[in-house]
Design a protein around this ligand. Sequence first.
Ligand code: Z5A
Length: 222
Amino acid sequence: MSRGIFITFEGGEGAGKSTQIRTLASALEEIGRDVLVTREPGGSPGAEAVRHVLLSGAAEPFGPGMEAVLFAAARSDHVEQVIRPAVERGAIVLSDRFLDSSRVYQGVTGNLEPDFMRTLEKVAIHGMTPDLTIILDLDPEEGLRRASARRGDEIADRYEKETLAVHRRRREAFLDIAAAEPERCVVVDASMPPDEVAAAIADAAYAVISRVGDEAGQEVGQ
Ligand code: Z5A
């Protein structure tokens, strides 16, 4: 049995991550693949309990360091309870946000020390680096407009309420990560119509699926 594949989706608010994960999951299931869709913060019972604390803003008064540790604790549980077992059984795991969100939201716009962030990341993921990260790139004004239209009368969460300048800085930070790790990250223009965004994502995903399949074939042939 070939090993599974771990794909993460990143980007700003309202960029279309959930929409595109659903589309890719359906396409992969149609060709008979075992697919697990998950999200952060959350994805396991322990991490979902921490999600509420983080998104309600309950941890915000205690500072970005406290929030970063909580995101890392949730991620560690998510990795060990859900992601690693699924990848080990051969599934394709699609996660709505993962380590790059911590690098950007807590590390860059939370102004936390790079060494502190690296240590937390190492402990939280314990070697579970994504095979592919799709960065959905969108002007934050459009992303917030989409997120607000979808939310309707519900209250904006802790992150949606932040200033446009902060959201712009995050967009740049995601693009900086993609430039620094081109072997892992693919940037997709999220301003295109959903089917065009989906086609670009499918190209990137199938390329990785085929590469991992070839590597598994070579190992079996050794
Ligand atoms: N966070 C953090 O700080 N540190 C961390 O380590 C992690 C997370 C893991 C999670 O929020 C928050 O936690 C997040 C960062 C922080 N900040 N916020 N907010 P969340 O899970 O509640 O929300 P989100 O991750 O930001 O996702 P989202 O706002 O739900 O957006 P989305 O999933 O990217 O978009 P969508 O739901 O697919 O689409 C939004 C709307 O746009 C919807 O009505 C769609 O129909 C529409 N849409 C989608 N695609 C298109 C296109 N192509 N054209 C037009 N309209 C579209």
